[in-house]
Design a protein around this ligand. Structure first.
Ligand code: SAM
Length: 280
C-alpha cells in the first residue's frame, strides 16, 4: 500500500491505537490511502476551501483531503478512541486540521468554518441520510456549503440521483435535484472497507445551484412531496387529499393529472403544484 504523506499506514494506526471497528458506530474504515485520495479529488478544488468532514475515524479520508490540498479541514468525530490518531494528522499538517469530538447531529460547525465550504464524509448510512436531508432543506438558498461529497449505500445513492418513472425516484431525488446537481462519481465494493459491510457503496457528489431549478416555497414543496410519496401507489388526488380542500383543481392548474402517481411527476410538476398550493 503506498502512502500519501509521512504518516504510518492506516493498518498500523488502527493497531497502535487499538481502533477495533464498532458496529454501533457504523464503523467500516477505508484503509487504502490511494482510494481515500481519489475520493477526496471528487470534492473538486479544495485549495481555497474549508472542508467539513463528518466521522473521520482513524483519518483515511482526512489524510486524503489534506494531501489533495484542502485549505483547512474541520472534522467531527463521535468516537473519542480516534482522537489520538487524528492528533497525529494535525501535527503532520500544522494549522490545517481541527477536530471536534461529538455527535455531528448535535454540533453546529459553522462558527469554526470560513467560506467557501465543502463537505466530505464517509458516514454511517443512517446519519448520512439525516445530515443530507438537513443540508438540502434550509429555508434560504444558496446554503452554507458549495458541494457535498458523501459515501452512501449504493441503493441510497441511486435514490439521490433517480429520475421520474424509476422505482428509486422519490423524496430524496426531488430534494437533491431541486437545488443541486447530483451525480454518482464512484462505486465501491464491500471489500473496499474494513470490515466489509453487507452491501456495495457509492460516492455521490452534489453541487449547490445558485438558485432553485424552479421556484417554490421549500416548506410547501417538502410537505407535498412527503405526502405524495408516503402513498406512492395512490393517485395524486387521493395521496394529496390533505394538502388542499380543492386539490383536484390545484393539480389541474399546475398542469398535472389528478389520476397520475407521484413517481411519474417530474420535479417541475411538483414545483408548479407547490406554487398553486401556496396561493391563497
Ligand atoms: N471516515 C473514516 C473512513 O473513511 O475510514 C471512517 C468511516 S466510518 C464508516 C464512520 C465514522 O463516523 C466512524 O469513525 C464513526 O465513529 C463516526 N460517527 C458515527 N456516528 C457519528 C456521529 N453521529 N457524529 C460524528 N461521527 C460519527
Amino acid at each position: 500500500m503506498s502512502t500519501i504523506d509521512n504518516l504510518p499506514p492506516l493498518r498500523d494506526v488502527i493497531n497502535t491505537h487499538d481502533l477495533k471497528a464498532r458496529k454501533s458506530l457504523g464503523q467500516n474504515f477505508l484503509l487504502d490511502l490511494n482510494l481515500t485520495a481519489k475520493i477526496a479529488r471528487q470534492a473538486g478544488d479544495m485549495t481555497e476551501c474549508d472542508v467539513l468532514e463528518i466521522g473521520p475515524g482513524p483519518g483515511g479520508l482526512t489524510r486524503g483531503l489534506l494531501s489533495e490540498g484542502a485549505r483547512r479541514v474541520l472534522a467531527i468525530e463521535k468516537d473519542k478512541r480516534c482522537l489520538p490518531a487524528l492528533a497525529e494528522i494535525s501535527d503532520a499538517y500544522p494549522d490545517r486540521l481541527m477536530v471536534i469530538e461529538g455527535d455531528a447531529l448535535e454540533i453546529d460547525p459553522l462558527a469554526h468554518l470560513t467560506p467557501p465550504i465543502r463537505i466530505a464524509a464517509n458516514l454511517p448510512y443512517n446519519v448520512g441520510t439525516e445530515l443530507l436531508v438537513r443540508w438540502l432543506t434550509p429555508q434560504e438558498w444558496p446554503p452554507f456549503w458549495q458541494s457535498l461529497t458523501l459515501m452512501f449505500q449504493r441503493e441510497v445513492a441511486e435514490r439521490i440521483v433517480a429520475k421520474p418513472g424509476s422505482k428509486a425516484y422519490g423524496r430524496l431525488a426531488l430534494l437533491a435535484q431541486w437545488r443541486a446537481d447530483a451525480r454518482i462519481v464512484l462505486n465501491l465494493p464491500p471489500e473496499a472497507f474494513t470490515p466489509p459491510p453487507k452491501v456495495s457503496s457509492a460516492v455521490v457528489h452534489l453541487t449547490a445551484l445558485p438558485e432553485p431549478r424552479f421556484p417554490a416555497d421549500p416548506a410547501v414543496l417538502n410537505r407535498i412531496v412527503a405526502a405524495a410519496f408516503n402513498q406512492r401507489r395512490k393517485m395524486l388526488r387521493s395521496a394529496l387529499k390533505g394538502a388542499a380542500p380543492d386539490i383536484e383543481d390545484r393539480l389541474l392548474a399546475a398542469g398535472l393529472k389528478p389520476t397520475e402517481r407521484a413517481e411519474q411527476v417530474p420535479l417541475e410538476g411538483f414545483c408548479a403544484l407547490a406554487r398553486e398550493i401556496a396561493k391563497t
